[in-house]
Structures are given as C-alpha cells and as structure tokens.
Ligand binder design. Sequence first.
Ligand SMILES: Nc1ncnc2c1ncn2[C@@H]1O[C@H](COP(=O)(O)OP(=O)(O)OP(=O)(O)O)[C@@H](O)[C@H]1O
Ligand SMILES: O=C(O)[C@H](O)CO
Length: 562
Amino acid sequence: MTHLKSRERNCCYREKSSWTFDLTGTSLRRFLLRLSGLSMARVLSLFRPQPVLALVSRYKPATCKMSMDSRARDVFAAAVEAVQPDAVVRQSVERKDDSVLISGRRFTLKHNLHLVGFGKAVLGMAAEVERMMGDHLVDGVISVPHGMQQTLRQHGKSHLLPKENSKIQVMEGAKHNLPDEDALRAAEQIKQLAKGLTEKDLLLVLISGGGSALLPAPLPPILLQEKLDVTRRLAAAGATIQELNTVRRALSVLKGGGLAKYAHPAQVVALILSDVIGDPLDLIASGPTVRSQVWPEEILSILERHKLLSCIPASVKDVLQKLSRKEKAEESDASGRVLNVVIGSNGTALERARLRARDLDLHPVVLSPGVCGDVRSVSRLYGLLTRFACSPGEPPAEVAAEVLRLGPDVGVQSWDLCRTMQELGERRAGGSGTTCLLAGGEPTVELTGKGRGGRNQELALRVGLEWSGLELPPNGPVFLSGGTDGQDGPTEAAGAIADAGLCAEAQAQGLDVHEFLSNNDSYTFFSRLSGGKRLLVPGLTCTNVMDVHVLLFPSTSNNNKG
Ligand SMILES: Nc1ncnc2c1ncn2[C@@H]1O[C@H](COP(=O)(O)OP(=O)(O)OP(=O)(O)O)[C@@H](O)[C@H]1O
Ligand SMILES: O=C(O)[C@H](O)CO
C-alpha cells in the first residue's frame, strides 16, 4: 500500500467512505490488487453483490494514512451497514430444517408462515425472510414508502426487493411520511390477512421506523383526514415521538396491540428495527403488536399541553369518551401468543462503528445511543467535550461541571458523561493517536426560519461554530453527524462534517454562518461552502436507526502526527 501515490490513495478512500461507488469500476480492483497481492481471479470473485464496506474492511489499510474526514465517513458507513435490513434479519433469524429459531424460541414451519410489515426498512427485511423461508411462506403484505421499489432499483439495490413472482404483496403509500389513502388500503389488507389466521399459523410482523404513517386505521367514526390533522398539529407544536405515538395508539384500530389482537389465535413474532431512543416496544411504529392500555386522561393532557384541546374534531372526542367507558372490558389474551424482538437499533450501529474505528487505528469511546434535546444543547455538549479532550493544558474544572449540568437536556446520564470524560482524560494524559467519540440518537431543531436543512446538518454547523473561538490542534478535531436513513430533513444529504476551520472558510467565501442558522438553512450553507465537500451524501440507505455522531479528537500530546 505504501507505494500507492497519495492522489490515488485519497481517491480510493473517498470512494470507499461514501460507499456509493460503482463496483464495476476499476479503481477499487486496482487498489485491492496492489494492496493485497491477491490474484486477479480472486479479486474479481470479490466483486459479487455484497455489502461494500464488509468487502473493503477485510483489507485493513494498516499503514495508509487517511484524512480525518475520510475516517469519520468510513466509521459512519460501517454504522449504517450494521443495520442493513437483510443483515439484521439474517443475524436474528435462524432456519433449521423445518423450524425457525428466533430469540431462543423455536417455531415449527409447516407451510403456515404469513408475513406483514410496515416501515421504511421492511422491503429488504421481507425479501430476506422470503429467501430464508422458501415454500413455507404462504402469503404476505407489506406497506412501504411511496416510490421505494423504483428508488431501490435506481440505486442498484435490487437485492433488497422481493423476487419476481414473490408471494409478498408490496403496497406503497404515505407520501412525505404522512398517512394517506394508499397507506389506509395497505393497512386494511394487512388487517384482513391477520384476521384470517388460525392457531396453526405463524405471523411474522416486520416493523421499522415510519411504520405509524404506513399503517393508518383510524377508529370509527374518526376519518383519516381528522386523525392526520391531529397528529400533524401535534408534530408542529413540538410534541415528542412518545406523545405523538401515545395519541396515535389511542385513535387507531391496529396500533397499540390492535394488529396482534386481529391475528389471535395465531402465533405472532414481531421483528423490530428500532428508531426510537431506548427501543420502547410500545412506541416504535406505535406498537401494533404490543398491547397497551389507553388512558383517555393522558391523551387529553397531551392535547392540552400543546394547546390543541379546543380544535380536536368531535369524532376524536367521541372515541375518547367511549374508550373510558369500555377501558377494561376489551382485554384479550392475545399477548400470550406474541413475541416482540428488537433486531437492530442505534446501539447495533454504534457497536459496528466502534469496531470499525479500531480497524482504522482510532481509539473508540462510546458516549450514548440516546442523545436528544435541542441541537443547540447538543452542540454545546460537543463543544465542551472538545475542550475537555484537546484544548492545551489541563481542562478547567468548570468544563466538567457544565458537561454534567447539560446531561438532562441532552438525554445522557451522568454516569455516561463521567465515564466518557474519564476516558478522554486518560487519553489526554497518556494516549497517542486519534480518539473517536461515538454517539447516536435524535436531537431536535426548533424551526424558526424557512431555509432547507436537517437536524444533522444544523448540528454539524453549530459544532463548527462552537469550535471557532477555541485554541485547537491544527490537525483536528472533526465532527460528523448523519441520519442513518440517508436523508436529513427534506434534503438530499444525510448530514455534514465540520472541522475547526469551518467558520473561517465560510467567512472567506462570504457565507454568514449566523444568518444561515437563523433561517434553518444548513443545507444551502453546506452546498455552497467549498463546492459542498463537507456534505454527507450516501443516498438512500434502506434502513433507519436515527442518527450517528462521530467526533474525532487528535491526540494533544501528538498534535502533529494525527
Ligand atoms: N430546514 C430545516 N433545518 C433543520 N431541521 C429541519 C429543517 N426542516 C426539517 N427539519 C427537521 O427534520 C426532521 C424531519 O426529518 P426527517 O424527514 O428525516 O424525519 P425523521 O424525524 O428522521 O423521521 P423518521 O424517523 O421517520 O426517519 C424534523 O426533526 C425537523 O425538525
Ligand atoms: O413510525 C413511527 O412511529 C416512528 O418512526 C417511530 O417508530
């Protein structure tokens, strides 16, 4: 590897880190040939459809010096690859002769398997289930985002599509992540499939983020439009996903355990790719396989908190009144025949990112998979941790105190903050090389402007701003924030990368960081800055476990070595 020219090296890594390159291209083959000394035949055999990063990661670039930016991108790509829909199914479902093992339980297959699914990642999950189960799969219906199949084909991800003549009916709907008539029809089909099952049947339910919008079934007499209005107003008023899905559950036929009830007496196994902090089963896609008690008072208090009580439709009030009357009467024993299994989460992504960081000769430190709160507080946290990790001299005591004070605002426990600061402190004192701080979660942005952006790009920009006044090593730090679904808000980017020179570079190019921030225009900012080189654009990833943050700190004792 050492004999590769530096331009060629950079080119290889740029391609690898953005993991969208064309595998039929020649540059990666050349790279592998030179790097590994493998025969041409062996290298060509590696170019079968398989996860790109897994392929490249076998060839650890031991002596090659990647830029900080490339390493951050590479670690993010590894995080996303760990939660690819087909991979998470393969890792959690084991087919053994005529049975299937899931989470330590064995289920007998007798051409009795049925499948339903809803969410942004279930297409690839369903395709994998069909491949594994063969003839035992009798039928299936999945509800996926509008345009998903076409997009997968265009992105060369046909392996995530069910085969031709598949037994699975794919229904697309919920344009812009909002329930619509198409999604309503899909929900009805799913309900009918579940309703027809007997005790001999096994129903696999595939669930991932975006599932709530893809499985709308309002309780009569509520109309779809009325339910949509309520959830839309709640979201616009800043309701949390917990509040939003608590309300959705109460107003829905299938959410909050409704689907499992319809499938009774069949055995139900739900495979869940979590996109909610803490992986709460009853909230992910509003928990269609998790029986939950509805307390009308709770719903009313959520609506009151967001000043929406006066504008809820009569049909919603009607349903809430009826619920309070027959609250207990409706309990069913369906839950005894239901197994809910989380098969992938932000934690899964962070764990793979940690391993990849090690491969890249970084020293990984995992902060938490539960970072939330306003991006201003989160960027403040990362600014403080940067001072703690790499400002010259001993970190002032007030930095640690402020980090701990911020904990509740950003959803991170004191224990995790202390452990992280201890590790960063030890690295400061003795470690050489680069530290890789990893975190995940879903911060929020208070939208006040009319620009284009997303929470990841806004967070990266704010971290760059935090760093602008600090005295930092010349070769770092670098911060990457990216949405694992490949889309940050309504933009083509998944996120962006910041470094300590970001603000100065912006100023030199006539871009006013504060102006872009106050207009929530982070995408326009990063697109204009240096030809968009700091944007993270992996394209559609077909998965979703919230966001991943990668913060690289160069060693303070070794500033010039990176
Ligand atoms: N101009 C903007 N600048 C910053 N953030 C924005 C902007 N526009 C939208 N957002 C944020 O983007 C988020 C919506 O993004 P997105 O469509 O990726 O949904 P999501 O929350 O990731 O949904 P899911 O979990 O289903 O993927 C909201 O948190 C919203 O505040
Ligand atoms: O679909 C939903 O409800 C959200 O993505 C959370 O799971």
